[in-house]
Write a new protein. Structure first.
Length: 161
């Protein structure tokens, strides 16, 4: 492993951890009522975004070859369907706990993955395609999910008013 690889891993994981913390802090301060609001007229509600982010992070276990999703049912509710289509959502309390559980377990895995391993292919790319596109590695998954989280964090911040 080169020092450059270790530096890249540190930069990406620092960004991931900081954005998770920002989101955790915001979620602690948003009431159930606020989470049931739309971030803008006719747009997603906060509760849906929380479930969507939890489901997206939960799928990272398989994508990074770390095991199975903790909440596999969330994919059908929060990734396969738009907001307001499914009536029986988990409660805000359940979603906040699921969010915490998923990110705590991912964080525990991330701490012990050797730097070189982050540059291996993720499970959604074939070995042949990875040879042609080595940037489609495990570290890039965390980078893109950090960006995804940042975008939705910006939307959730709108619920504070």
């Amino acid at each position: 492993m080169t020092a450059d690889k270790a530096l890249f891993v540190k930069m990406v994981l620092d960004k991931w951890n900081a954005t998770i913390k920002q989101t955790d802090d915001l979620l602690k301060n948003l009431s159930d009522e606020q989470l049931f609001r739309e971030v803008a007229p006719t747009k997603n509600r906060g509760i849906y975004l929380l479930g969507h982010l939890t489901a997206a992070h939960d799928l990272m276990f398989r994508l990074l070859d770390l095991g199975n999703a903790l909440f596999p049912d969330y994919k059908a509710i929060f990734l396969d369907k738009p907001d307001k289509v499914i009536s029986g959502l988990p409660t805000v309390h359940e979603l906040k706990q699921s969010w915490t559980d998923v990110n705590m377990q991912l964080g525990n895995h991330f701490k012990v993955i050797p730097s070189d391993e982050w540059f291996l292919r993720h499970t959604a790319i074939s070995p042949d395609d990875f040879e042609k596109e080595p940037h489609r590695n495990k570290l890039n998954v965390v980078l893109t999910r950090s960006h995804h989280l940042s975008n939705h964090l910006g939307q959730l911040i709108l619920l504070k008013n």
